[in-house]
Design a protein around this ligand. Structure first.
Ligand code: ZN
Length: 164
């Protein structure tokens, strides 16, 4: 009895994960990239601050409300702190109330959404499409027009004011 109930719960979760995966795929059409920018682990450690390395190369997460970019409201572009790839426009930034810079869509060729994370079936990992650096996660509870919420670590980003 117990195992059957467990099986049913698992299948339900799998179905929901499938639906979420379709949505991520629609938002990130195209095959898995080969990273254009690659470095050895030692090179990444030299290029990044310890806190940036922890997030970009080891999938860490910064403390909420700790990034000055959370309150960055000027027009401009958010680039990958690892390779300067343009990732997000200020035009798609919104205040999610979560404490992490949030966007409802990435720039063309900005990010790659690779796999479901340990956060469960409602989120997927977001990586820089150019260097594979871990940026954060995407969820399906964002605002229109996409309904997506890219929840990004500010330490994985640099901001360039100007044209969005
Ligand atoms: Zn990058």
């Amino acid at each position: 009895m117990t195992s059957r109930r467990k099986f049913l719960l698992t299948s339900g979760a799998a179905l929901m994960a499938g639906a979420a995966a379709l949505k991520w795929r629609a938002a990130n059409a195209g095959p898995a990239p080969t990273w254009e920018v690659t470095h050895t682990d030692a090179e990444w450690r030299a290029l990044l601050s310890p806190a940036q390395y922890e997030i970009l190369r080891r999938g860490g997460t910064e403390r909420p409300f700790s990034s000055p970019l959370y309150k960055e409201h000027r027009a401009g572009r958010f680039l990958c702190a690892g390779c300067q790839n343009p990732l997000f426009s200020s035009a798609a930034k919104f205040d999610s109330g979560t404490g992490w810079p949030s966007f409802w869509k990435p720039l063309e060729r900005g990010v790659y959404t690779s796999r479901t994370t340990s956060l469960g079936f409602r989120g997927a990992e977001v990586q820089c499409r150019r260097c594979g650096g871990h940026l954060g996660d995407v969820f399906d509870d964002g605002p229109e027009p996409t309904g997506l919420r890219y929840c990004i670590d500010g330490l994985a980003l640099t901001f360039t004011p100007g044209a969005a």
